[in-house]
Design a protein around this ligand. Structure first.
Ligand SMILES: C[S@@+](CC[C@H](N)C(=O)[O-])C[C@H]1O[C@@H](n2cnc3c(N)ncnc32)[C@H](O)[C@@H]1O
Length: 580
């Protein structure tokens, strides 16, 4: 694919570029990357010389309008980014920082809003925000809800997705929270789990040993910023396997020399403690199971797992930025030292040609902060597939306009809003037991009507609503007032049971993937809304504005189609949609 024809992205809070590398490997083109840490930007620039705008800026000050001026366009297909996660990390939850006033005071927690400000300005087709799993429970789940609710208010179908790096071919236990937002006029869902990138597929289950045991043996404090590979050790390690992790992912042959393979020094006392540990063991287990005594001078009740010798035969523990302070949780499986920055980078799936021309402390920090490139690539492929199918679903001269041929509709897809109301009513008023007994076609019609009437909802959200509710856009369906919504999922409170029943049927394999994530229903709903929007906008814009400010209170009050178009947030107009 030529550079100009590739879809584009911006990387906010880009660090050294782990996410960007993955996106580029999935055939996206980086228009700009921004971070306020000069070492992170330095590393980014060293590896992405072709990205003209790798900027050292504070995103609390730097405005989207300034970025638009620099890159000379408002057209951006995707925005990715990882606003800092320290404010949500589980380590901080344990030390009490995620509760009480310290929670509210941590300014890093609000950086997600800076990310969303760029989304609001550029209106990309898709956004992906990465964070730690701690965001789910921080402040009682409040932030988890707010990211989704605020993303939805900007006109996105938002779904949270937990990503597990080991399942994507990364030799590391690393789970993170993704928030994926798909612009409402782009049909489709990111359904199911992320698939590994093509060169990692069929190769999951990679271990720490696979990733590092070809590297030259080092003593503590030894090694160099640049040195020769040990080719004999490499060939014994690989055993002639061309598809080995170090070739497929680390691309060792593309690196002229080995870099950043130098170990930090350790005290004599520390080394004596290291010797005691078995491979794969931490000092907590060594004390409890083998009755060992260590020399380290810490409070043994709270620092029992302070030392960990990693195992060659398992994924490594999560590589963290804290490695810049000490590497005691990352003792080499067979050598008397902690892991080097290159070993940490390999565990993160950075190729060996990726350079880190900063001091060792900063190397550890940017490596520990990064999205593993293999994860970024899996995300990139999922987005590319979504955009590709959205484009191929579209017809007509404008590829971004969603049209629908009524003649080809499945029998379960409503052909009008009236029909959708009627079909949804047939399932909305049922009890849980009645829903279970409902015949397949009646239920399917109701479920598809729900997706048709609410294309901003994601079926995956039907079982995680959170506690808070709010009054959303006025929406009366027969005898039901559907204006009460869950803040987190956006789901109408009165439609919880059909959502749960859809999940039950899906998990029992009574609903296929296609029926559960019915893009056809969603697409028809989007098309009908756009059509109505266009007609009504052209004919009576003032009348709509007046009507939409009126909140019906009487049950049974039937609102016209226009009520569906009204929202607290601003939706794209057809002109804006067509311009993309
Ligand atoms: C979790 S890391 C992101 C890592 C990156 N996604 C990657 O794959 O390498 C968060 C980054 O946010 C940056 N950051 C924190 N506050 C910032 C701010 N106010 N403006 C710009 N960048 C900031 C940090 O320097 C850090 O590099």
């Amino acid at each position: 694919m030529s550079a100009a024809s590739k879809p584009t992205f911006i990387d906010l809070f880009c660090g050294c570029g782990g996410f960007s590398l993955g996106m580029e490997r999935a055939e996206f083109r980086c228009l700009a990357a921004i971070d306020f840490n000069s070492q992170a930007v330095q590393v980014f620039q060293a590896n992405f010389a072709h990205v003209t705008h790798a900027l050292e800026r504070d995103l609390t000050q730097f405005m989207p309008q300034e970025l638009e001026q620099l890159i000379g366009t408002k057209h951006v297909d995707v925005i990715v980014g990882g606003p800092p996660c320290q404010g949500f990390s589980q380590a901080r939850q344990r030390d009490g920082a995620n509760h009480g006033p310290r929670t509210i005071d941590d300014p890093r927690r609000h950086l997600y809003q800076r990310f969303l400000a760029f989304v609001e300005h550029f209106k990309p087709k898709v956004f992906v925000m990465e964070n730690v799993l701690g965001i789910r429970s921080a402040s009682g789940g409040d932030y988890f809800t707010r990211v989704q609710a605020e993303g939805r208010k900007l006109g996105y179908r938002v779904v949270p997705r937990e990503e597990d790096a080991t399942k994507l071919g990364v030799p590391q236990n690393r789970k993170r929270q993704l928030f994926i937002g798909i612009r409402l006029d782009v049909p489709g869902y990111l359904a199911g789990e992320l698939e590994p990138a093509p060169h990692a597929a069929n190769h999951v289950g990679v271990t720490l040993g696979d990733a590092i045991m070809d590297l030259p043996v080092l003593a503590a404090g030894a090694g160099a910023q640049e040195m020769e590979y040990d080719l004999a050790r490499r060939s014994a390690h690989v055993g002639g396997n061309k598809h080995h992790y170090i070739h497929r992912v680390l691309q060792v042959r593309s690196a002229k020399n080995l870099t950043a393979h130098y170990s930090r020094p350790h005290s004599e006392r520390g080394l004596r403690d290291f010797v005691l540990l078995h491979e794969g063991e931490n000092c907590k287990n060594a004390i409890l199971k083998r009755g060992l005594k260590f020399e380290f001078p810490y409070d043994k009740t709270s620092f029992k797992d302070r030392y960990t010798r990693q195992s060659r035969f398992r994924p490594c523990s999560t590589i963290v930025a804290h490695m810049s302070k000490d590497g005691l949780m990352f003792i080499h499986p067979t050598q008397l030292r902690s892991l080097t920055p290159r070993e940490a980078a390999r565990v993160q799936s950075f190729p060996d040609w990726f350079q880190f021309p900063v001091t060792r402390t900063h190397q550890f920090r940017v490596i520990g902060n990064a999205v593993p490139p293999l994860v970024g690539e899996a995300v990139g492929h999922a987005i590319a597939n979504l955009l590709h199918s959205a484009a191929s679903l579209a017809a007509g001269s404008n590829a971004n306009r969603v049209r629908f041929k009524t003649a080809t509709r499945k029998p379960s897809i409503p052909s009008s809003q009236d029909e959708a109301f009627a079909w949804l009513t047939a399932i909305a008023l049922q009890t849980r037991q009645e829903l279970r007994k409902l015949d397949a076609i009646t239920f399917l019609r109701g479920w598809h009507s729900l997706l048709y009437l609410y294309p901003e909802l994601h079926p995956d959200n039907a079982i995680d609503h959170g506690d808070t509710q709010e009054i959303g856009e006025a929406h009366i369906l027969g005898r039901l007032d559907l204006s009460e919504r869950y803040s987190r999922s956006g789901w109408p409170v009165m439609l919880v049971l059909p959502g749960l029943e859809a999940w039950r049927r899906y998990e029992a394999k009574l609903l296929s993937d296609d029926d559960f994530y019915c893009i056809e229903a969603q697409r028809a709903g989007i098309a009908d809304k756009q059509k109505n929007f266009l007609v009504l906008e052209n004919l009576k814009p003032r009348a709509i504005a007046n009507k939409s400010s009126r909140k019906p209170t009487q049950p049974g009050h039937y609102l016209p189609d226009a009520c569906l178009l009204r929202s607290n947030s601003r939706r794209l107009t057809m002109d804006e949609t067509a311009a993309r």
